[in-house]
Design a protein around this ligand. Structure first.
Ligand SMILES: [Zn+2]
Length: 236
């Protein structure tokens, strides 16, 4: 169903709790990820539901649950009741599109913008209304964003940014990453008028397996995938 607050524009945008981070200490991350905490009134089971949806975006967008760049995103409106409403999904489309900036989060933000502003779609927002709408939305990504995407999330002014596997986890598994944490990006974005709540390392027992096989030939492939020539691919 259409979230009616969108139509009302910025007037109904709730103020967001600013979160100050002193340092990107691992212990602080884990404090934020306490699984029993209902941050912003959202139950942990609901967080898990949407993180699974971010994982599912891989198969939905790319046709396989085991793409090498297994970065999936779901963008959700939690302003209503229940689980919330899915606005759009996205998955890393670098190899599919040839666009090196088309990370899962960027793809999802682009998809949501198209959906929110589609004159034939369910929202039919103006550009200004679309820009304002992001302040009511939560972005779920199965891995912590690179600094480009973390910056895009802050520019968008999302209400919440929820990630699964951390950049530290990816780096220790062999992934090449730009080693600037989302916390660092958020800490330096204090000039922006919006604030975004960061909730890290959600459902990592389910997000990690999407990223642990690429550089470990012994690691099992994600469900429904098998190794061929060392690389996981869809079984059928
Ligand atoms: Zn990125």
């Amino acid at each position: 169903m259409i979230p009616s607050p969108f139509a009302l524009g910025a007037a109904l945008i709730t103020s967001i709790v600013a979160v100050q981070y002193a340092h990107a200490a691992d212990s602080l991350q884990k404090t934020l990820a306490q699984p029993a905490r209902a941050i912003n009134g959202i139950a942990p089971t609901t967080r898990s539901h949407w993180m699974r949806r971010a994982n599912q975006a891989l198969a939905d967008v790319l046709g396989t649950p085991c793409p090498f760049a297994a970065f999936g995103t779901a963008i959700v409106n939690h302003t209503g009741n229940g689980l919330g409403d899915l606005i759009c999904i996205g998955a890393n489309g670098n190899s599919r599109t040839g666009n090196p900036t088309f990370h899962g989060e960027m793809a999802a933000i682009q998809n949501c913008t198209s959906i929110l502003t589609d004159p034939q779609g369910p929202y039919n927002l103006t550009a200004a209304e679309s820009l304002s709408a992001f302040a009511q939305l939560s972005l779920y990504t199965n891995a912590e964003s690179c600094p480009m995407c973390a910056a895009a999330i802050r520019w968008a002014g999302f209400k919440e940014y929820v990630y699964g596997s951390s950049v530290d986890r990816l780096v220790e598994q062999g992934w090449a990453q730009i080693r600037i944490s989302s916390m660092d990006v958020f800490r330096q974005s204090f000039d922006l008028p919006s604030t975004t709540r960061l909730i890290g390392e959600v459902l990592t027992n389910e997000t990690d397996p999407y990223f642990l096989w690429q550089y470990d030939p012994e690691y099992r492939c994600p469900s429904t995938c098998v190794r061929r020539d060392g690389v996981c691919s869809k079984a059928h």
